[in-house]
Write a protein that binds this ligand. Sequence first.
Ligand code: NAD
Length: 417
Amino acid sequence: MPGTRLSRRDFLAASAATTLTMMSPIAFPHVVGSDRLKVGLIGCGGRGTGAARDCVGSIEGLTLTAMGDLFADRLESSAADLKAGLGERYQVTGETMFSGFDAYRKVIGSGVDVVILTAPPGFRPAHLAAAVEAGKHVFMEKPVAVDAPGVRSVIASGETAREKGLSIVAGTQRRYEPGYRDVIARIRDGAIGEVVAGSCHWNQGGLWMYPRKAEWSDVEWQIRNWLYFTWLSGDQPVEQHIHNIDVINWALGATPVKAFGTGGRQVRTDPAYGHVFDHFAVELEYPNGAVVTSMCRQQDGTATKVGELLIGTKGRSNAAGWIKGENAYRFEGPRPNPYVEEHIALIRAIRTGTPINEAKQVAESTMSAIMVRTAAYTGQEVTWDELMASEASLVPDTLEFGQMPVAPVPTPGRSLA
Ligand SMILES: NC(=O)c1ccc[n+]([C@@H]2O[C@H](COP(=O)([O-])OP(=O)(O)OC[C@H]3O[C@@H](n4cnc5c(N)ncnc54)[C@H](O)[C@@H]3O)[C@@H](O)[C@H]2O)c1
């Protein structure tokens, strides 16, 4: 397996380890309702295991009481990690460990207060809807859908959560980095004038892939290799580059109106990599006319470039930390771990009775990333309005292990979505 995936996992593992060893538990002075909260984890892979540590391991009064994953082997290895890392805060028992397609329902029904949703993105709308229906607070990883019906479902669940006073925090962790918060507040206050152009990038090498085992059905093989199937991951713009697109939407206070661009599958052509592309370059046009380049790539041996730049009538900025021009500025404040900060914000919101609800914001960034993918797949100019209204659903209503043909690699000029 290529090493890049390991580096992402290593980073997450390292962030979790830092959390456990360096952060003292956080206490909250104004507690509404119970100070003690039970947390359930749904999707026990690399990020889910890290998120459970970042949440339960960092904040006083939390216990992890239930875990669910489609696959028993993933469940068990995550449970072993978390048991070792969380000590007494690990309260999961044989009766509260669940596997299978309905594991999420069992975790949600096990008496937890908060759920962490970290299964592949194609499942997120259904998992969120069930959690909100059952009155649970939610931390959910980005992206939150892979298609327009999923995006609309997440927005609807967000509205229901608002009515019920539930909190939903999304794993767009740049929103919890003080450098981004500071610089983006300044951009929104006019520090670089009117934004006229920009670029956002996530270019890197390849990620992990699990070679197919003879005993795996089509469905098992695809879900274990979910990155490479659009119905599960949304493809790279949605699965990964959404972080950068979300920053642009945040800085501009808007979502794109149009997308036009290109992309393809040039290097990662083996069928083991499903049907996704390995590079995209798309222009996003915003309501004020600003044009932002969105570029992403996963090709081994190529240069890495990840970040967000904006150009305005009075200067330019790197959204992560500086502004040049009339209002030059460099952020030099503390940089706490945003993977922990997002959970601190969620738990504080629950305990103080002041809900946070990021469902619509992350759903709209997911849709913006779907525009990038669709512009490249189809080779056409696509608009927000037409894509938001789309009824094209990529995710089957019901799933079981068995046969599932692989959808063809999209062909620009011929593919419709
Ligand atoms: N915010 C970030 O920086 C960041 C970093 C990495 C991943 N992520 C996101 O986190 C999510 C998970 O990514 P990961 O890297 O942990 O992937 P992963 O493959 O390591 O973990 C996914 C887990 O979900 C399980 N799963 C699959 N289908 C399921 C279902 N229907 N019900 C329950 N469990 C199911 C898998 O068996 C696996 O254990 C993705 O949405 C990804 O985009 C975010």
